[in-house]
Each structure stands twice: as structure tokens, then as C-alpha cells.
Design a protein around this ligand. Structure first.
Ligand code: HEC
Length: 129
């Protein structure tokens, strides 16, 4: 008798939980909420000139200037990154940018959001946009 009651309780409780699917809050890859799914230019596309370049200038430029590659102060920063083989478009997380001179070096100076933004930009083809 007691066992039956237990079964009923278990079934009732699980029914309750399965029916209470909470609406998931959606964050985009950069952790931004709410994601505006219709505006693909401002939310989904990461722009080198306005979003990526300032991150490198502000966080890396103090040490990485002419002669200390990658040169993040040069107006030619984009070509430095591309020609220096720092980016892996097929596998952005494994870009040399995050692994040289040792793993975690770049991340010491980046927030998680900035890291994701850079990865997203590489994923999108690392365009000079
Ligand atoms: C406090 C100074 C400093 C800051 C800030 C700094 N770095 Fe560096 N970084 C260095 C030094 C010094 C080296 C060279 C170390 C070596 O070769 O052993 C280096 C090397 C590198 C390399 C390897 C270069 C190569 O061709 O082998 C990469 C990639 C790199 N840094 C990326 C970054 C990024 C991205 C940032 C910013 C998010 C950054 N660094 C911020 C000092 C800094």
C-alpha cells in the first residue's frame, strides 16, 4: 500500500516538473542579452574596426608595438595578424593568438566576453570589416 502511494507521488512530481519547462533566457555568444535575432548587422556581425581593433589596442598595445609581434599599435594591425599566422579560421579557439608564447598569455589580458568576441570574429572569416 505504502509503495503504491510512493509511486503515485513520484509520478505526480515528475509530471509536474516535465510540464513546467521554464522559458530559457537566451544569451548570444558574447553573453549579451537579449539577443536581437532580427538585427544581423549590430548583434551578429563582429566588426574588426569598431570591436576587435580597440580590444587589441587597449589590452595588448602597451606591450605589443613595433618590433614586438603581433604589433597591435600599427595601423597595419590587421595584416600583422593575418600574415603572422596568428588566426585559425577553421578552428578559431585553437588560434596561435591564444597559445603563443604560451597558452593563456592573451587571456591574461582579455575578459571572457572579449575572448568570445575575438573567436566569433575569426569564425566569421576574420574579415577586415
Ligand atoms: C605586459 C606586456 C604584454 C601584454 C599586455 C600582452 N603581451 Fe603578448 N607578449 C608579451 C611578450 C613580452 C611577448 C614575447 C614573449 C616571448 O616571446 O617569450 C608576447 C608574445 C605574444 C605572442 C606570441 C608572438 C609570437 O609571434 O610568437 C602573442 C600571440 C601575444 N603575445 C598576444 C597577446 C595578446 C593578444 C595580448 C592582449 C590580449 C597580449 N599579448 C598582451 C607581452 C605582453
Amino acid at each position: 500500500m505504502k509503495i503504491k502511494l510512493l509511486y503515485i507521488i513520484i509520478i505526480a512530481v515528475s509530471f509536474f516538473f516535465f510540464n513546467c519547462e521554464s522559458s530559457n533566457i537566451r544569451f548570444d555568444d558574447a553573453g549579451v542579452y537579449p539577443k536581437n535575432t532580427t538585427d544581423t548587422t549590430t548583434v551578429d556581425t563582429v566588426f574588426f574596426t569598431t570591436q576587435i581593433l580597440p580590444v587589441f589596442q587597449n589590452n595588448c598595445g602597451s606591450c605589443h608595438f613595433a618590433g614586438n609581434n603581433p604589433d597591435f599599435e600599427s595601423p597595419d594591425m590587421y595584416n600583422n595578424l593575418i600574415n603572422g599566422n596568428y588566426l585559425n579560421i577553421a578552428d578559431p579557439e585553437n588560434s596561435n593568438l591564444f597559445y603563443l608564447p604560451d597558452p593563456g598569455h592573451a587571456d591574461d589580458y582579455l575578459t571572457a566576453t572579449e575572448h568570445v568576441l575575438i573567436v566569433k570574429w575569426i569564425e566569421q572569416g576574420a574579415l577586415e570589416n
